[in-house]
Design a protein around this ligand. Sequence first.
Ligand SMILES: Nc1ncnc2c1ncn2[C@@H]1O[C@H](COP(=O)(O)OP(=O)(O)O)[C@@H](O)[C@H]1O
Ligand SMILES: [Mg+2]
Length: 305
Amino acid sequence: MKEEVVIRAKGLTKAFRDVVAVEKIDFSVNKQECFGFLGPNGAGKTTTVRMVSCFIEPTSGFLEVLGRQVQKEPRLIKANIGVCPQENNLDPDLTVEDNLRVFARYFDIVGKDALARCEMLLHFVGLYPKRKSAIEELSGGMKRRLIIARSLVNSPGLLILDEPTTGLDPQARHQVWETILRLKKEGTTVLLTTHYMDEAAHLCDRIVIMDKGRIVVSGSPKELIRRVVASHVIEISSGAPGIEDYLNSKGLAYEKTQTHFFVYTSFGPQDFEDVLRKFGDSLCALRMANLEDVFLKLTGRELRE
Ligand SMILES: Nc1ncnc2c1ncn2[C@@H]1O[C@H](COP(=O)(O)OP(=O)(O)O)[C@@H](O)[C@H]1O
Ligand SMILES: [Mg+2]
């Protein structure tokens, strides 16, 4: 059976004057999957989701959301998607439940229907006991969950989350993850951006990594780890003398940073034993490769402001 495609982008491009924020990207998102955009700051993630959300128009290229072209039917698309922007934009003058109810009115959901829908959503994100509270009484994680609830008011066929957990403490992050996983289980299609690799690995069926407006790589987290890195990583503190010669003589793939050697290998335990025998006095560790290794290998280690 052919999978139903919710978002289809081809040659999608957005330029702001002389800055090309998104350059000729192709991707598609299937129904009921959680699709992640990863990338350092300035990669073009927000610009991409803003085009999908019909907040800004593409400069060129093809972009279809829920079977409709963004340039032709933006209002129809907007009515059927939910969007959680990167920044908190709740109305501070309204209570928790009124933030939802006013939003429901935009979608012509009023009266008893609105009441029932908002109540259900407040239960869903665990904020029902806080329904009469002012926004400023909420923690960062609660605000995020309220924004997620608000984006679900119109029962969207696609949910878009731009950095849903940035700035949250670990507990709050896990609560937001749980909310997203429950939505996924119920069959909601989710498009999210993040720069947390563990978040992408935890939530996403497929991801793309963007850098400087382009898609560098795409696939499932597992597949990317296997393809770009290897199954295991051996970390060796760079103080040990002779390491580089040893790694070269063994033909092992590695990367060198100020503090460490990162050795990528599909024979982790074996290679680790050899390394320990030779360099056991230095700090050595064997671990499974993860998405962060993929990310750093592809986008480099220099800081992006
Ligand atoms: N409205 C805008 N006007 C001009 N440049 C913009 C605008 N929005 C984004 N950019 C630029 O486009 C690039 C990508 O930004 P953005 O999509 O926000 O990246 P990300 O969300 O991955 O951090 C950056 O260089 C940013 O400065
Ligand atoms: Mg962004």
